[in-house]
Design a protein around this ligand. Structure first.
Ligand SMILES: Cc1ncc(C[n+]2csc(CCOP(=O)(O)OP(=O)(O)O)c2C)c(N)n1
Ligand code: SF4
Ligand SMILES: [Mg+2]
Length: 291
């Protein structure tokens, strides 16, 4: 059941504390701690007032994150974080909306919402905490699990190919697409700030290992394959971004792509303007019949 958590406090303006009093209940060593730390840092850099900020999630270990943040929060239903967030932006465009959740939440049950959020281009940030597993339900394979990955649900190895989250976002037309790693919280915080500053739908896929349901050390696995987007990469070139997304030998961190086009809020303001004008014209036309 959807749950609205209003935890915004009235902390003094000079130093905003984004940490809530709720105990973080993830397993020791969970990659999600790195994401949470980067989120705190990025919010500190932005200095947003918690009363103007809503953190939205679905269901999963990662989706518990709104409880740990001093802001408004919406711990929603599995796979429905994006529609909830778009609704928030439509009803109050001034809100800062940051959406977080797991790879299962976003790319399995929630995958159908992704293209439609993207093509509306709402001014919000969507962060996937990608551990390539269903953590909360005790370690089944997810849409980003590797082929032949062994889990309790796939004891003979996963028979499905994984989706490529970066290509997924690029092909659907997201206006900002970036990738990060929870083991590099400072870099991640910088990436989040760039995503927050982007006017439109910004997507960040974060590699966030689940040590509980991975037999190998995924932190080390990723760290050994980390690369950064080349400095001369043209972020306005979607095809070049796709080439980086399809590199199989490394995990490249940074901003792959961005473009600037009207946001959902701009588009709705345009419609409101037209409605207002039409109404004015209609009123004048009606009045002219009585003059
Ligand atoms: C409609 C619905 N279907 C299925 C579930 C069961 N369920 C809860 S969390 C989850 C997957 C969690 O995986 P992910 O989104 O990757 O988050 P993680 O726990 O890995 O952070 C599933 C299938 C549910 N709660 N609601
Ligand atoms: S099960 Fe995995 S994803 Fe969930 S809290 Fe534990 S380490 Fe993190
Ligand atoms: Mg997951």
């Amino acid at each position: 059941m959807a749950e609205l958590t209003a935890k915004a406090n009235t902390a003094p303006a000079e130093k905003i504390n984004y940490k809530s009093d709720v105990k973080v209940t993830w397993c020791p060593g969970c990659g999600d701690f790195g994401v949470l730390s980067a989120v705190y840092k990025a919010f500190e850099m932005k200095g947003w007032n918690p009363k103007d900020l809503v953190v939205v999630s679905g269901i999963g270990c990662s989706s518990r994150i709104p409880y740990f943040i001093n802001s408004y929060g919406f711990h929603g239903i599995h796979g429905r974080a994006l529609p909830i967030s778009v609704g928030l932006k439509v009803s109050n465009p001034k809100l800062k909306v940051v959406v977080l959740g797991g790879d299962g939440d976003g790319f399995s049950i929630g995958a159908g919402h992704f293209p439609h959020a993207v093509r509306r281009n709402p001014n919000l940030t969507y962060i996937i905490m990608d551990n390539s597993i269903y953590g909360l339900t005790k370690g089944q394979s997810s849409p980003t699990s590797a082929f032949e990955f062994v889990t309790k649900a796939t004891p003979y190895g996963n028979i499905e190919d994984p989706i490529n989250p970066m290509a997924f976002a690029l092909v659907y037309g997201a206006s900002f697409v970036a990738k990060g790693f929870s083991g590099k919280a400072n870099d991640l915080a910088q990436l989040f700030v760039q995503a927050f500053d982007h006017p439109g739908f910004s997507f960040v896929n974060v590699l966030s290992p689940c040590p509980t349901f991975n037999k190998v050390d995924t932190f080390r696995y990723y760290a050994e394959r980390l690369a950064t987007v080349p400095e001369d990469h043209d972020t306005s070139d979607r095809l070049k971004a796709l080439k980086i997304a399809y590199q199989t030998d490394k995990h490249t961190m940074g901003v792959y792509y961005r473009d600037f086009r009207p946001t959902l809020e701009d588009r709705l303001a345009g419609v409101r303007e037209k409605v207002h004008m039409d109404t004015q014209e209609e009123i004048e036309h009606l009045l002219s019949r009585f003059s």
